[in-house]
Design a protein around this ligand. Structure first.
Ligand code: ZN
Length: 203
């Protein structure tokens, strides 16, 4: 889970999801702040035992074991011919170790991007993020030194990019900066206070 906004939690509350998580004892990874926030929401209470907070800015390894597709077909009562086809297209019991790095996405408290490096390529899952023009350097985990002892950095290869971004829509062409938003909020609050003072004086 990248962050705690409802449009990024769709389906998490569904009984079928809860059943699946319990059946395979699957951890649900998120930042510690997200874990604290999510744990306060009653509809997710049954998932709390599976919440697992991830370190931020510290790469960690995960070992992924794929389901054995042949056994799965046998359980389903698959025909021997289809099992043979499965054998030819899959390697059963594939174990792969991946390196996962989670880092702040600058969107809201606890929001993270997830960077996965593995034998079969690199994946970036963004969630919502705030990144101004020219700020790509801020994403230090996506860079590597060009050669050892070199000050120059290159972008690592991103093989799969998932932009899971609420604002990545053609109708949202402009997002004001945080500073502009703050100024607008202060003006709005000042206006409200003035109105309130006027009202209380008139009574
Ligand atoms: Zn969001």
């Amino acid at each position: 889970i990248t962050h705690i906004h409802m449009d990024h939690l769709v389906g998490l509350e569904r009984p079928a999801f809860g059943k699946y998580v319990a059946k395979v004892n699957a951890p649900i990874y998120m930042s510690d702040i997200s874990k604290q926030l999510l744990s306060t929401m009653p509809i997710y209470r049954h998932l709390i035992p599976y919440f697992k907070s991830v370190p931020i800015d510290q790469p960690f390894t995960l070992t992924i074991q794929s389901n054995d597709p042949v056994q799965a077909k046998k359980k389903e009562g698959g025909e021997s011919e289809s099992i043979k086809n499965t054998l030819s297209s899959h390697t059963p019991n594939v174990v792969e170790t991946i390196v996962v790095t989670c880092f702040g996405s600058g969107h809201c408290p606890g929001s993270i991007m997830i960077w996965i490096e593995g034998e079969h390529g690199n994946v970036l899952f963004t969630g919502d993020f705030r990144l101004y023009h020219g700020q790509a350097k801020r994403l230090a985990h996506l860079h590597r030194r060009r050669i050892d002892n070199d000050d120059k950095y290159l972008f690592k290869t991103i093989d799969n990019l998932y932009i899971d971004m609420t604002f990545f829509r053609p109708e949202i062409l402009h997002i004001p900066t945080r500073e502009v938003c703050c100024e607008a909020l202060i003006l709005w609050i000042k206006g409200l206070l003035k109105e309130k003072i006027k009202c209380s004086l008139s009574f």
